[in-house]
Design a protein around this ligand. Sequence first.
Ligand code: HBI
Ligand code: FE
Length: 291
Amino acid sequence: MDDPEAPFPAQPPPDAAADWTVPQAWADYSAAEHAMWDQLFARQTAILGDRAAPALLHGLDMLSLSNGGIPDFAELSERLKALTGWTVAAVPGLVPDEVFFRHLANRTFVAGRFIRTPDQIDYLPEPDVFHDVFGHVPLLSDPVFADFMQAYGEGGLRSIKFGALQRLARLYWYTVEFGLIRDGAGLKVYGAGIVSSHAESIFALDDPSPNRIGFDLRRVMRSRYRIDDFQRTYFVIDSFEHLLRQTLETDFAPLYRELDTMPDLAPEVVLETDRVIHRGTQAHASPPDAT
Ligand code: HBI
Ligand code: FE
């Protein structure tokens, strides 16, 4: 998961370029590391067939992501660039916000080079290559989502000048990381934090505990989120076109001023004005005391 409050080192590590990218050194991955990718890939694709947004499944296919070990970013970038102009670059871990936003604005998605170890299979503090490449990259093959991610990067750079980075981080969190999308009469997952997590791929759609609320830009930018547990609320977009349009058509300066006059919202809150798709029981948040 990516938490903008995470402590960032001030300077790039010694083997990194000024933009914090490093060689992926694909030849250095061990058989065990490739096997970890295959295990994660098989586990997620076994349950995402009827849970993931069609554009995400299509992206996995278009980019030939498979259980053939950790992808080589150079090959992956060639395929992705031909589709939407995006490329994938390796970084050692979380990078400072401004660096991250600048890469997105330049259509470069920075992906962790490392892969989690067996003891981290269900939770890790920093995005690894499976979270970033399996979770985030497939949707970058979708032209509309690809445009949204670049617009998001440009907006992120501007938000730093307004001191509104946290608002943008919330937008990213409740869409790119933990977003749900309507699909016919049902809901599908598209957020990378869900897509790369076995348990949350099930929890986010099936569990009665969390709220599921129609996406609204102001609402999301006021909403705090959990970085250490399943989300208390998932926001549902109608389409990637709708998400892109809201981002492009919004004048963020007056919006930030308006939001600064309103209190933040706790993650589990439901407002009268919310488009409530499911009002959660929040049972996961406060399970009955073990008797
Ligand atoms: N760095 N490598 C990396 N990956 C991220 O997703 C990331 C980051 N730095 C900052 C950041 N995300 C956040 O600022 C965004 O989630 C808003
Ligand atoms: Fe992420």
